[in-house]
Design a protein. Sequence first.
Length: 396
Amino acid sequence: MFENVVGHGPPVAQLSADRAEGRLPRAILLHGPEYCGKLTIALELARGLTCTAGDAAWNCSCRSCGLQRLLIHPDTVMIGPRYFMQEIRVAGDAYTRTPSKPTAYLFIRAVRKLTRRYDALLWDENDAATQKIGAAIATIDELLEVVDPDREPPDAKTVEKTIRAIRSACDELASGRAVQSIAVETVRKIAFWTHSRSTYGAKVVIVENGDSMLESARNAFLKTLEEPPRDVWFIMMTTRRSAIMPTILSRLRTYAFYERTPEENADVIRKIFRDEPESPSLRRYFQQEPFDRLAETYLECIANPGGTALHTVIAETAAAFKRGNDSAPRYFLEELIALIRRVWRAESQSPGAAPFPLERLELWRLAIHRHYDHITVRNMNAELVLHALAVEMERV
């Protein structure tokens, strides 16, 4: 278990020990930055909890582990938003470059992280929209048979055609509002499912980006945690622990994960995605948009107002938002927050090293967080938010 995880030695060792010694709580929280591998760790933990052989090695021959490796295990359910198409794209590129058993698993799992959000147990089977989605997923599953890890890889032309068809089919699913948040109906259906009989003795509910739950969903989830069924584990993940409802947080044991080092990120790109990193940043690798550079230019324009440079960088950033997915504005603001943190750290360690006083940096950080909520919670127009943020930051 956890053989394919790069980095995160201490928290992974703690999880392994807690599981092995029977000390793993029924509800846990994996907290850490995006692209640090939280879902990979959650899925490996789910495999360990449902393994019928006991050791849960990646190559375990038990039926349960085989289903978990392909992400089709009937006793594991996943909900919550994610950067689906980014991962599907880079995993598809990895398989196209190097068709092999590891890259086949990588691509299949990337796709099923999306399609499993549409499990029949989560939706009304009689709904016309659900039936249409079911047909699309059936087509995707049929196409995935071409990249079966236990088969010889097809020729390059077939690989390219199949990957392109799967991406196209997934694109529509990923844009659905149903996978961009966690609704109360979904939580209620999961609560009902947890009380049904399991196939392999244990059930696992994986909640990605748990901070995206709507208020009614939070209350329903809290009720489920207050009366957890036997042999059911809840694994929630978040990049913002402070955004989790306190009463939910009090019922979760937190395992903290941190940003991987540049060397570890480079290892992930080489070993997992079979590629040579141009930049040791997984965020940059997945996004293929220079949000880090745009954030630096944006901050420079704020610090040195005047001229048209700010309008130019906002227009360039808005264009990058349109090329990306719905999370692109959030990624940009997170890069901006990370940049403020780095400047703050430099100024704290060596006063005078940064061109801005700590008081100004703190006010900027608070302003960015407020406007972050305008985009992520209130769904305000991202370009207008960037203009409003610039005005507020310039006044500080």
